[in-house]
Design a binder for this molecule. Structure first.
Ligand code: FE2
Ligand code: FE2
Length: 400
């Protein structure tokens, strides 16, 4: 196993000594370096690369958010974590764009170890340097302007409920990903994972969501997409169609309510990698669309030609860094044909895969014309005889 290099940054030497003591038993697994302040951290990073940086927020001179901005620009492959006190809730919300995850101080050694370990191996061996480099350079995850203004209006209404807010957030890829990132971060100290926007809003409370959106701007720090051919709206329509279709399939299979919702969220997020690539590499993504249209090849194949990775890999990798629950990552990573071996019976990934493959039959943007249905996976899951039912269902609910 190769040793991971972790850099800890704090302005107080006592805090660093405490961390050093607390993490002594990790010395075999990690090469740990401790820096007093942002400037010292950047000097160390210039000497040798680090896999992970863990920084305090409130520091004199360069604060944690400024330091992470620099790290993102200079060393995009380094995973950026914030270790911050509860009083810094506002500061944490401010760096939602630059930090991958937040951990609250004081923290249990186990929690710190688990979080660092989880970001060290997202995607296991598949997390190539190329994915790390591309995912690390990603900062924009735009929302559909119409949905963002709808959310603002709802928040300005005194009678806003968690249901209304959840309903709006869950139809937008960027907002869904960001709220799940925030609520699942170790900062909030949850003992379980939250995998739907409704649960996230209920947990945070309407007032906190209001502050995060209206005061901290967690959903709007990114500009509009700069692509000329690819359109955010086409991706939005496709994601909604797949989400509605996947939920309809889960309902038809009489899956419980939570599984139905998880199928919807999986559908919304399944192509998050497309949004990430298109928003951050607009010219290259326009080229992907051109190749798909001219050569009639599957989207992942065109993406691999330009980026050496596909949207499925980059999406899952980044959501993993953000601490988004494993079942969602699985859907994002594996939604294209062929599916891996799955357990017998229904699972949300089958619903998302089927809705995605069959959703493009009518009036879709060429990028979302649908793909090949993995009938072998459905047969192995014992659900092959359900395909005809699902097909009819999709054409009734989503017009596929
Ligand atoms: Fe896809
Ligand atoms: Fe798709």
């Amino acid at each position: 196993m190769n040793t991971k290099r972790i850099l800890f940054v704090d302005d107080e030497p006592m805090v660093l000594q405490g961390l050093q003591r607390m993490l002594r038993q990790m010395r075999g697994e990690w090469d740990m370096v401790f820096a007093t302040g942002g400037e010292a951290a950047l000097k160390l990073m210039a000497q040798a690369p680090f896999d992970v940086i863990v920084t305090d927020m409130r520091m004199p001179g360069m604060n944690g958010a400024e330091l992470l901005q620099q790290v993102m620009r200079l060393y995009p492959s380094t995973v950026r974590l914030v270790l911050s006190g509860h009083a810094d809730r506002d500061l944490v919300a401010q760096c939602v764009g630059v930090a991958h995850q937040y951990i609250s101080k004081p923290c249990e050694p186990e929690q710190l170890k688990t979080t660092i370990r989880s970001v060290c191996i997202p995607g296991g061996d598949q997390a190539s340097e190329e994915i790390k480099r591309i995912a690390g350079s990603i900062i924009h995850l735009p929302s559909v302007p119409l949905l963002y203004s709808r959310l603002r209006r709802a928040l300005e209404d005194e009678n806003a409920t968690t249901q209304t807010l959840g309903d709006i957030i869950q139809t937008d890829i960027g907002m869904t990903a960001k709220i799940l990132k925030l609520v699942n971060s170790a900062f909030f100290g949850l003992r379980r994972t939250i995998d739907t926007p409704h649960e996230a809003v209920a947990y945070l409370g309407v007032e906190t969501v209001k502050t995060l959106v209206l005061a901290n701007g967690i959903f709007c720090e990114s500009p509009a997409l700069e692509t000329k051919i690819f359109s955010l709206e086409s991706l939005w329509h496709h994601s909604l169609k797949v989400a509605n279709g996947a939920r309809a399939i889960a309902m038809a299979e009489e899956a419980d309510r939570h599984i139905q919702e998880a199928s919807f969220v999986g559908g919304i997020l399944h192509d998050v990698g497309i949004l990430l690539l298109a928003a951050n590499f607009p010219e290259a993504y326009d080229r992907v669309v051109e190749i798909v249209v001219q050569e009639h090849i599957p989207v992942p194949q065109a993406e691999e030609r330009l980026f050496r990775i596909s949207h499925a890999e980059v999406g899952a990798y980044l959501l993993g860094l953000w601490g988004i629950p494993g079942p969602i990552l699985d859907i994002v990573r594996k939604h294209h044909w062929p599916l891996p071996a799955l357990p017998k019976g229904f699972s949300p990934i089958l619903a998302v895969h089927t809705a995605d493959a069959l959703s493009g039959l009518k009036n879709q943007h060429p990028l979302f014309e649908g793909g090949e249905l993995d009938e072998v996976a459905l047969e192995n899951a014992g659900l092959k005889d359900r395909i005809a039912v699902w097909r009819t269902l999709l054409s009734n609910t989503t017009g596929a």
